[in-house]
Design a binder for this molecule. Structure first.
Ligand SMILES: [Zn+2]
Length: 203
């Protein structure tokens, strides 16, 4: 028996199928979104379609910090207001969003685009560590804050970076242990993140 619903028009079926591939969107939600878009005003669905197609076309990586950006250097690296003596190291661009949301951190960032994970075959050469070292050597900050996730991969990465960076004479700190083990920065709440930043400890 065919479990596909033959009465569903092909374009709708296709939209449901694509939405279902998004993280956190199960088949039911995909269906609901598809029918919502179908009923929505033309303008709304074309704005969404445009936003989706331009995100890949117009967004690139900052050549200094590797944050996602539509201008290079990114707004944070280019800003005169930021404190250049601090560089906060995160795994993913969305971690910057979480930290910026606390409004407490005024320094710069560096995005690794991953974490070291021997089990998944991700080594130090597969993430932006070489670029980080070049940056730290050419314009050394006073402090590097390791804000990788508090899971196994994040801790391994933090330890590895600490070994690499401390011989450069730069102070290395780690977000305070207020963050429970297994926390992904992206999902941490503002209060917890603010405390973790304020109470960061020397590695
Ligand atoms: Zn940047």
């Amino acid at each position: 028996m065919n479990h596909d619903i033959p009465s569903t028009a092909e374009p709708i079926r296709k939209l449901i199928q694509e939405l279902n591939k998004l993280p956190g969107i199960g088949p039911k939600s995909a269906q609901r979104l598809a029918y919502y878009l179908l009923r929505a005003p033309d303008e709304q669905s074309s704005l969404l379609a445009d936003a989706i197609s331009s995100v890949k076309r117009q967004v690139t990586l900052c050549s200094t910090c590797f944050n996602v950006t539509d201008s290079d250097p990114c707004l944070i690296c280019a800003s005169e207001e930021r404190d250049r003596s601090n560089i906060c190291i995160v795994e993913q661009p969305q971690d910057i969003l979480a930290l910026e949301h606390t409004r407490i951190y005024q320094g710069l960032y560096h995005v690794l685009h991953g974490a070291i994970s021997p089990t998944e075959g991700i080594g130090s050469d597969d993430i932006r560590i070489k670029e980080l070292l070049e940056r730290l050597t050419s314009s050394p900050p006073d402090e590097v804050i390791l804000a990788t996730n508090t899971n196994l991969e994040g801790e391994q990465t933090a330890m590895y970076l600490h070994r690499l960076i401390s011989p450069l004479g730069i102070k290395v700190t780690r977000l305070a242990r207020g963050l429970p083990f297994g926390t992904e920065l992206e999902y941490a709440d503002d209060v917890t993140l603010t405390r973790a930043l304020e109470e960061r400890q020397e590695f």
